[in-house]
Design a protein around this ligand. Sequence first.
Ligand code: ME8
Length: 676
Amino acid sequence: MSHPNSFYVTTPIYYVNDVPHIGHAYTTVAADVLARYWRLRGRDVFFLTGLDEHGQKVQQAAAKAGIDPQAHCDKLAPQFQEIWKRLNISNDAFVRTTDAPHKSVVQRYLQELFDKQLIYKADYTGWYCTFDERFWTEKDVTGGLCPDCKRPIEQLSEHNYFFKMGQYQDRLIDHIKQHPNFIRPESRRNEVLGFLTTQKLGDLSISRPKSRLSWGIELPFDKDYVTYVWFDALVNYVSALEYLRPTPSFEQYWPANAHLVGKDILTTHAVYWSTMLMALNLPLPETIFAHGWWTVDGEKMSKSRGNAIDPNKLVDEFGADAFRYFLLREVPFGQDGDFSQQAVISRINSDLANDLGNLLSRTLTLIERCTEGKIPNPALPNYPEEIEVRKIAIGLFDKVENAFNAFQLHHALAEIWKLIDRTNLYLEQMAPWNLAKKEREKEKLATVLYTAAESLRHIARYLYPFLPSTAEVIYRQLGLGAMPLDALKDGSTSERWGGNLQIGNPINKEQSLFPRIIDTIGELGFKKSFEAKLIKKGEPRVTEQPQPASAPPQGTATPAVPTAAPVSPAQITIDEFMKIQLKTAKVISAERVPKSEKLLKLQVAVGTEQRQIVAGIGKKYEPEALIGKTIVIVANLKPAKLMGIESQGMVLAAGDSEVRGLITLLEDVEPGTKVK
Ligand code: ME8
């Protein structure tokens, strides 16, 4: 039995018939998140990924490329290793099934099963497709055509070796029933049970005559055959423990805690692998988790459709952390999801730039400005709002742990975001920018800023498995140095509020975390086909240039609608009014225009677009108080310069010569919504 404090997680080993795409990245990132989390919790983690280099698919791809299969594998393997590095994947080992020690483990197991008479030779008759070079069963075939390529197929008989898989059927059913966590999620468990309890499990052909397929591991008891690629591939999960660690580690890590796979290969894992392990007298893994399937823009992703998305492109455009975040936040782990560039950008802008990025930057800016750039002393830590933030931060430990135990990675993120949102709200409620104006509120101000900083420390630790670089940056900016590898080891003590922040320690403010992405589709140079599709579909181009409109100079916060309309002492028609495009916008950042008492420079989100607006509201509002607010702007005003700074719209506010109040919304309406 593996050591209770160890955690062994695997990904499928991917076929080297093609370059990696986002589907491969998905499983690997998810496994990395598990590995990083359990390391933070102090467990001894072994995280394995690698490549499946034998079999028909690889042989065909090599033949197509006109090179020897091994040379083909050697050429493609670095592309996988490289993208895993770029995605910050922390695998402890990388297995390749053409590694000599792996081949000898496979042969040893084959011989063992052969000696135990669990492998036998028999005639196999089935429907064979010469083009796909594979057999189909009677029920797969309709009208004498291959279900895959639709070419005519023929009946073929050949000698093959079979593994007595069928005899384990009842034992496997019992195992699944007695171990509710063995196949996850529940729906997949039911699928496998449904299939096993209604159909007779046959034996498994584990050989291929060399005359038909030569690229594989030779059967130790018959040199005319190679082994079936799945018998070879599945063994990687144990062979790696024998040869990829400096010391024998089988006892330490087997059985694996988690085999992560896509739903496409659940049967091979839940049925073939489990029965192979039973025959070899080895314990079964704790959990096989089958996640869902990504489509791209609603379509199946495939090489032939030309829509497979290269993860390198995403790392180039958005950075590894943002891509990792998108993959795990967008879709509940276990369900299918659809990938689109729009979806990635709106996730980054709303969650990472607006929520997380703003929380860090406003907290650190205020600490810099109000407490000499040092962690302040929380002198009055018992305001109800403060107690609430603290409660959520302390409670996060159990919430995240439960989510990880249940493989609900999206849920862990949602819980972390509750703390981010609550801390942002806390800042709004306590308005430290106002407290800073009053000497007698000094202690309260220090408490608020300390609370926000301590909350960010918690956020960073829980985010680390998902966004490792970002978490490190937050830690560093809080003046905490490097994050300890086992930062969540002892939930009961290190989770305690205020455990690590040193009062008086200098912070380290750097550049902001996630600049908002202005989605100009074409300009991002993202996948061209993708872009064309988006446009063809008639979706609006998200970057709208301000439309020319007859309007007075903007940027002031004088009552806008009347003055923004064409100058007329009389009434205006509805058509005239309709020329004015009013939209909701969310304030992302705000700062004073140097040498001006009145002007503030705002960056606002309008849909997925970002605009800069210079507004004359500086006498009424401190810039920090505006961040996160949803306001109303005139969106189609001709850009103009105010004190040399371009303003691309006008903010609506009440008041005449003096601003009395900004127009905001009661509900949290999406930025970019039309106002009429
Ligand atoms: O099956 N959405 O390798 P493979 C989500 N060599 N995940 C996807 C995906 C998509 N559209 N496409 C691929 C093999 N994946 C065997 C495995 S294991 C002993 C042998 C991911 O290159 C998902 O994890 O076809 C899926 O199971 C795996 O890639 C298939 O990779």
